[in-house]
Design a protein around this ligand. Structure first.
Ligand SMILES: Nc1ncnc2c1ncn2[C@@H]1O[C@H](COP(=O)(O)OP(=O)(O)OP(=O)(O)O)[C@@H](O)[C@H]1O
Length: 296
């Protein structure tokens, strides 16, 4: 099996004057759950269209395992896809739709599909035209998760799901990972990405602004630290990584910390610290930081 399920090199897409995607280089390790984030218009759907062979790159290329994404017949043997706006055949029932989708993909685990139908509480007897947005999304998700496709490409797949179904979605992603499948997840739901993804790429205005493991992203960003002390306050001026020091009361300080904590621990050790709390940034805070930085 290849090391990477998806690999793009210099992937670029222009629409006339508009550079929708600018020399994107990403590599998605096989077996990982990879989050693909960015504000509206960042180029996420454009990337997905290029990966699916639905659009042609202006330059550069994308590979799905060892196949060029433009070779649709081959590439789609190893992937299943859930679009952001799921359209179903109005006259087919949910059951008929799952059968049809099952025949077009790379094979179906019927036992697992039945289990997913139960878990997602899908009524398969109704025709497609009567399904709500969320239910259409559930049909597409069940069809994709029930395949044995080595790669699942999911484009904002949970925007219409309620919290209970969101939980089932996260379970299904975890099970896909356990089976060794790779999941490429484009999403605006940062808590979801934080709980299911190993690694994320952040895109802005067609350019990659960050690609990192979720755990490393946290380490690289500001944590909030609160410290309570007895007697003299610890000296925090000029301590590497410390910023925005604020006095919260006569014996309490708050500051932000970026990078390794050793210097600040040494500084704190000179005072009589009675309590210390560290709040690591959430993915949402990190994400907003990127946009503040660029907007400034
Ligand atoms: N077919 C097209 N013709 C012209 N411009 C396009 C076309 N498709 C996308 N664009 C433009 O390319 C840019 C990237 O759009 P894209 O749909 O990839 O963003 P996105 O990250 O998926 O956004 P969203 O989160 O809103 O879905 C936008 O400026 C968009 O207007």
């Amino acid at each position: 099996m290849d090391t990477f399920a998806i690999r793009t090199e210099g992937l670029t897409k222009r629409y006339g004057q508009l550079l929708a995607l600018d020399t994107l280089d990403i590599a998605v390790p096989t077996g990982s759950v990879f989050g693909f984030l960015g504000p509206n218009g960042a180029g996420k759907s454009t990337t997905i269209r290029l990966l699916l062979g639905m659009a042609r790159p202006s330059s550069g290329h994308a590979r799905i395992f060892d196949t060029d994404a433009r070779d649709v017949r081959s590439a789609h043997r190893s992937l299943a896809y859930v679009p952001a706006d799921v359209a179903l055949w109005p006259q087919l029932t949910g059951a008929e739709t799952l059968e049809l989708l099952g025949r077009t993909g790379p094979g179906v685990d019927r036992g697992y599909r039945n289990e997913l139908v139960e878990r997602f509480a899908l009524d398969l007897s109704k025709p497609g035209r009567t399904y709500s947005t969320g239910n259409r999304q559930k049909v597409a998700l069940v069809a994709a998760f029930a395949t044995r496709a080595p790669l699942l490409v999911l484009d904002e797949p949970t925007s219409g799901l309620d919290p209970l179904m969101e939980r089932e979605f996260q379970r299904a992603v975890a099970q896909a990972r356990e089976r060794g499948q790779t999941v490429f997840l484009s999403s605006h739901q940062l808590t979801e990405v934080e709980s299911v993804c190993d690694r994320v790429a952040i895109l802005r205005a067609g350019r990659l602004v960050e690609i990192a493991d979720v755990a490393d992203l946290r380490r690289l960003h500001r944590s909030q630290v609160e410290v309570t002390f007895a007697g003299t306050a610890p000296q925090l001026t000029d301590v590497p990584g410390v910023g925005a020091v604020e006095r919260l009361g006569p014996a309490r300080l708050r500051f932000t910390l970026t990078g390794p904590p050793a210097p600040v621990l040494r500084a704190l050790a000179t005072a009589d610290v009675t309590a210390l709390t560290v709040h690591e940034p959430t993915l949402e805070e990190i994400f907003l930081d990127y946009y503040d930085e660029v907007a400034r």
